[in-house]
Unconditional design. Structure first.
Length: 350
C-alpha cells in the first residue's frame, strides 16, 4: 500500500494569518516526509481562500527545501490556465529544484467561478479539450525541439528550458469518467480519482473502471491508480466530532464553488445551506464518519484493508479540511505512528 497526502492551505475567515496557515502545512509535510508517506500533493486554485495555491510549483519547491524522502506532486494543475510551453518549463524547473521528485498531476479545472476569472469565461465543461491537448504537447516539449499546431495552441519549433531532471516525470490525470480514464492510460498517465463523500461502493466502481480500462489499453500495465478521501485519525470521541464538523463546514464552502450556488466575498465562499443541494444526505454525520477515512487507528486500518481487498494499493488522503492545527498535526502523527507501520509490516511478512 502506498500513501499520499494532499496538503492544501486554507482559511475560512481572517482570524488566521497566512503565515500561520503556511507554517501548519509545512509542519504536516515534514511529518509526512519523516513518517513514511510516499507523496505529498498540493492543488492549483486562484482567488479562493478555501484552497490557497496560485502556483503549486512554488509551494512544492519550498517544501523540497524542508524534506528529503517524500515525492512532491500537483493535484492538480488546471490545464485551461496554462500554455504548453509555460507548463512544460515551470514543471521542469520544479523537477530540477526538488531533486527529481516531481509528480505532475493535471485536471480540467473545477469551478466556474475560477474559469470566469482565469479562462475568460470558458465553460468549465470544456476544460477537457485543454487537458487533452496540453498533455502530449508537454511530453513532447520535454524531449526536445517541438512545434505544435493544435486546436487551442499553435507555436513554432521550440525547446523546453530547462529539461526536467527525471527523463519522464510521472504524470497523473484527475479522472472519474470512463473516457478520461481511457485518455490517461493511452497517454502514459496515471489516474487520480476521488470517491467524494459517497459510500464504499463508489471506490469499487472506480477500481473496476481502472482495471477494465487498463485491460483494454496495451502497454498500460505499469500505470497506477490512486483514489482520494478526506481523512482524519483520532483517539477520542471529540476527535470524531471535530472531523465531522470540519467536513460539514468544508462541504458548505465546496458546494458553493462546485455548483455555483453562492457568493464569494474577498476570497471567502459563502457557506451554503445543505437544504438546497441534491446530495445533502452525504453530509449526515454518520455517513461522513462511515464513508470518509475517519476513525481511530484500528478503524482506519480496517477501512484500508477493505480498500486493499477491493484493489486499491495507493490511498490518497486529504488531511487538511478545516480542523484545528492541533487536530491536523495529531492526525498526521497517528497515520505515521500506527496506520502506515501496520501496512509496512504486512509487506515485510509477504
Amino acid at each position: 500500500m502506498k500513501f499520499s497526502a494532499v496538503v492544501n492551505m486554507a482559511r475560512f475567515d481572517t482570524s488566521r494569518s497566512m503565515e500561520d496557515v503556511a507554517a501548519e502545512a509545512l509542519d504536516m509535510v515534514r511529518i509526512a516526509d519523516q513518517g513514511g508517506f510516499d507523496i505529498v500533493w498540493t492543488a492549483e486554485h486562484h482567488t479562493i481562500e478555501l484552497t490557497i495555491s496560485p502556483n503549486p510549483f512554488q509551494v512544492l519547491t519550498n517544501w523540497a527545501a524542508h524534506t528529503k524522502n517524500v515525492r512532491l506532486g500537483t493535484a492538480v494543475v488546471a490545464a485551461p490556465y496554462w500554455t504548453p510551453i509555460r507548463l512544460a518549463g515551470e514543471a521542469a524547473m520544479c523537477d530540477v529544484l526538488t531533486g527529481g521528485r516531481l509528480e505532475l498531476g493535471l485536471g480540467r479545472g473545477s469551478y466556474q467561478y475560477e474559469f470566469d476569472r482565469m479562462a475568460g469565461g470558458l465553460p468549465q465543461g470544456e476544460g477537457g479539450r485543454y487537458l487533452r491537448e496540453i498533455i502530449p504537447a508537454v511530453q513532447a516539449l520535454w524531449q526536445g525541439d517541438y512545434a505544435h499546431d493544435g486546436e487551442i495552441w499553435q507555436f513554432p519549433s521550440v525547446a523546453c528550458v530547462p529539461k526536467p531532471l527525471q527523463k519522464d516525470p510521472p504524470m497523473w490525470i484527475a479522472a472519474r469518467d470512463p473516457n478520461t480514464f481511457e485518455f490517461a492510460l493511452q497517454n502514459n498517465c496515471n489516474i487520480l480519482s476521488t470517491a467524494l463523500r459517497r459510500p464504499f461502493e463508489e471506490v469499487e466502481t472506480l477500481v473496476t473502471r481502472f482495471n477494465e480500462t487498463q485491460a483494454s489499453v496495451p502497454g498500460s500495465a505499469h500505470l497506477q491508480h490512486t483514489t482520494m478521501r478526506l481523512a482524519a485519525v483520532y483517539d477520542d470521541q471529540a476527535g470524531r466530532d471535530d472531523a465531522v464538523r470540519g467536513a460539514i463546514n468544508f462541504g458548505r464552502n465546496f458546494e458553493n464553488l462546485f455548483k455555483g450556488i453562492g457568493t464569494v466575498t474577498n476570497g471567502f465562499p459563502e457557506p451554503v445551506d445543505f437544504d438546497i443541494v441534491a446530495n445533502r444526505d452525504e453530509y449526515q454525520a454518520d455517513a461522513l464518519a462511515e464513508n470518509l477515512m475517519f476513525g481511530t487507528p484500528d478503524e482506519v486500518i480496517a477501512k484500508l484493508e477493505r480498500y486493499e481487498a477491493a484493489g486499491i494499493d495507493h490511498i490518497m488522503i486529504g488531511p487538511a479540511f478545516g480542523m484545528s492545527r492541533e487536530r491536523n498535526i495529531r492526525s498526521m502523527e497517528l497515520w505515521c505512528e500506527h496506520v502506515i507501520p501496520h501496512f509496512r509490516a504486512k509487506e515485510m511478512v509477504a
